[in-house]
Design a protein around this ligand. Sequence first.
Ligand code: 2P0
Length: 353
Amino acid sequence: MADSTVFRASTTAPVNIAVIKYWGKRDATLNLPTNSSLSVTLSQRSLRTVTTASCSASYPASEGDTLTLNGSLQDISSSKRTLACLASLRVLRNELESANPSLPALSTYPLRIVSENNFPTAAGLASSAAGFAALVRAIANLYELPQSPTELSRIARQGSGSACRSLQGGYVAWRSGTKEDGSDSIAEEIAPASHWPEMRALILVVSAEKKDVPSTEGMQTTVKTSPLFATRAERIVPGRMTAIETAIHNRDFPAFADLTMRDSNNFHACCLDSEPPIFYLNDVSRAAIRLVNDINHVAGKTVAAYTFDAGPNAVIYYLDDVSEIVAGTFKAILGEGLDGWEGPFGDRLKGVS
Ligand code: 2P0
C-alpha cells in the first residue's frame, strides 16, 4: 500500500507593477523578452496570491498533477507554461534525491496545487505574475530546493514573463539576457523596499473585467506589426533601465516619476501602433492621467506618477509626505467608488466604474 504521508508547503506571492514595461518576446516558448524591464513589488498586504502545494505517494497517479485556482479545477494538461514550470522544479528535486537517496522521492509523486487570488484574475492586475511566482515558490519550498530567488526566476519566467519579478521584494530588474537558452534572462532585486520606504502606490480599479486582448497575444501582435516597437526595444528602453536604476538608488522621485509615465505612454503608444490597434486605456484611465498632470502642476513639481498595464486600471506612485495631496485628491474627485480594499502600503484601493 502506498505511504499515505502528505507533504505540504504554503506561500504567498505579491503582485508587481512595472515602471519600465515588458512587452514583446524574442522567444515565445521560453518567454524570453525583447527588452529588460523593472518593477516595484507591492506589499503582501494588498494584492497577492496564496498557494499551497502538496504531494503524496497516496495521491492517485491516474489524476496526475492538479491545479485548483479560486476554487475551480484547471485543465493543466493543455497549459504548456504550467507543465514547463512543474517539469523544471521536478528536475531540481530529482537532482537532490539523486545526491541523497535517503530523501523521500517527492519528484515522483503527483502534485496538488491550490491557489487563491485576493483580487480579480486577468483584469490587468498582474495576476499571472503573482500566480506563477507563488506556484514556483510553494513547490520549491515543498521540494526544499536550495536555489535562490534569482535562480528560481528562470523557472517562474516560463510560466509568465512578469512572474520572474514577483519572487523578490522591493525594486526588481528583469535582465532580458542575450543567450538563446534563456540562462541569463533572470530577475534580480536592485534595492529592497526598505531602501525607499516612503514609496506608496494607489491602485484604481477602473474595471475588474477580463482584459480584451490577453498580454501574450497583444505583445506578439505588437512585435509583428508596430514599427514604433523596434525603436522602443532598441533605442528607448536600454537608456531608461539605467536611468531608473539611478533614480531609485538616489531616491529621486521626479526622475523616477518622469521615466515611469513616459514608459507607460510609450508602451501604450506601441499598442496603438499595432495592427489591429490595441486599446487598453479608457476614458477613466485618461481622466486619471489628466488628474496626475493637474496635481503635479498645482504642486509645482512632480509628486505623482501614473502607470498602466494591459488594462485600464491605474497605478499611481507617490511618496508618503504628499499622500494627502495625491491620494486625497483622487479620493475627493473619484468619490467613494465601488469597492474599497486595503491597498498596498496601507492605502485604500478605490474601484471606479
Ligand atoms: C509588465 N505586462 O512589465 C508588462 C506591462 C503588461 C504590460 O508583463 O505572456 O502576463 O505571460 O509572459 O507576464 C504582462 O505580461 O505575459 C506584462 P506572458 P505577462 O508587467
